[in-house]
Write a protein that binds this ligand. Structure first.
Ligand SMILES: Nc1ncnc2c1ncn2[C@@H]1O[C@H](COP(=O)(O)OP(=O)(O)OP(=O)(O)O)[C@@H](O)[C@H]1O
Ligand SMILES: [Mg+2]
Length: 360
């Protein structure tokens, strides 16, 4: 059992606030499992494990055995303002000549709609007049060729680099153009990383305003390598509305944090379903999880994409909704998201640096 009445919650919150002062308690609530969930903004800079221990020790007598879940954010001083292009690149990072921005579409876990968001966001950005590329970084489960119906490219561009494929005005590259759709891909990590770096550096991407990178699920070495090797302007985190496992998301955010990549925002996919007959709205996968998540990590909330059977069907047929029905509710959501992201990138991303979520 967690705190039994509101008084206990207030006492817990006050005790936590006293322990972490001058940091602050951003949120305190009992979660669905009866655990006490605290979001803390740390005073900054201090050793986090020590702060965690002080909180756990100090609150234990008030918890009556209930689990304590902590999300601790620490806002570091903003990196020098200005576009990503002006940031000093970490060692080993290659800038792509002629590509103004690289953004990653990522998630803590698989199947949340990263690829669907990447394709439709790329098209929505293109609809604003930008020149847009789409790189499928999912080596083991490439889905961009299916989602866009793009055909394998051939030949070389003027600079001698491999020509990307093209569909709906996007430049596209995916390992799926090389591997037959149903052949299992069993590659060792160094080869996978090599293939990714090749798709990044040996493809005729330029000139582009933005290259959207559809990240593979998870946050393993391959994802980290990519985040390290590509000088990313920012990352878009896709989440479903469930009480997302904070640990999964923390890993995704921490991965980008490690390479000083700002989080451009959090998108809630499969947010709700509108019954086409009755117009009733159902929150099939829960409500507001991604919005809370955005607040927790201090990142902008980029909007909700409804569950839309046409979105799935369009993906299966290689006809993205942003192309076929840009005025559908999901299309409008992608356009709003694109305009927020474009504004942020144009403004030198003008957003807070990714906060560090330290532990749970
Ligand atoms: N808003 C939505 N409404 C309806 N179907 C959706 C929506 N978003 C995604 N889907 C469907 O969910 C499935 C998973 O989406 P997608 O492949 O984009 O996820 P992913 O996160 O890229 O998965 P993976 O981790 O395997 O790469 C697809 O069939 C897709 O069409
Ligand atoms: Mg995918």
């Amino acid at each position: 059992m967690a705190a039994e009445n509101p008084k206990d919650m207030a006492a817990l919150q006050a005790a936590a606030a006293a322990i972490i002062a001058p940091g602050r308690v951003v949120e305190a609530q009992e979660d669905a499992q009866g655990a006490l969930f605290l979001v803390i903004e740390a005073p900054g800079g201090g050793p986090m494990p020590e702060l965690e221990q002080r909180l756990r020790d100090g609150l234990a007598p008030l918890l009556a055995g209930a689990p304590l879940k902590l999300a601790i954010t620490a806002h570091r001083p903003a990196p020098a303002a200005g576009p990503a292009a002006n940031r000093p690149l970490p060692p080993g990072q290659a800038k792509l000549e002629g590509v103004r921005h690289l953004i990653a579409v990522a998630a803590g876990k698989g199947g949340v709609g990263k690829s669907t968001v990447a394709v439709n966001l790329a098209l929505a950005l293109a609809a604003t007049g930008w020149r847009v590329g789409l790189l499928d970084a999912d080596i083991y489960g490439p889905s961009i060729p299916t989602l866009t119906g793009a055909q394998a490219p051939t030949g070389r561009g003027p600079s001698g680099k491999a020509k990307p494929a093209g569909a709906f005005g996007l430049k596209i590259m995916s390992i799926g153009f090389r591997a037959p759709a149903d052949a299992p891909i069993v590659w060792r990590a160094p080869i996978v990383t090599g293939a990714l770096v090749q798709m990044l550096t040996e493809v005729e991407w330029a000139p582009l305003d933005v290259l959207v990178i559809d990240m593979p699920p998870g946050t393993g070495d391959i994802q980290l390598t990519l985040a390290q090797r590509a000088a990313l302007s920012g990352a878009v985190i896709v989440s479903t509305p469930q009480e997302v496992a904070l640990a999964d998301v923390r890993r995704a955010v921490a991965m980008f944090d490690k390479v000083a990549t700002p989080i451009l925002g959090v998108v809630e996919n499969m947010a709700f379903f509108v019954d086409p007959v009755s117009g009733n709205v159902s929150h099939i996968f829960g409500e507001g999880g991604a919005r809370r998540l955005a607040a927790t990590i201090g990142a902008p909330f980029l909007g909700e994409i409804p569950i839309d059977p046409a979105l799935r069907a369009g993906g299966d047929r290689g006809r993205p909704i942003m192309n076929d029905a840009p005025d559908a509710a999901s299309g409008r959501a992608f356009r709003r998201m694109a305009s927020m992201i474009r504004d942020a990138l144009e403004a030198g991303y003008g957003l807070k640096p990714a906060p560090v979520i330290v532990f749970e």
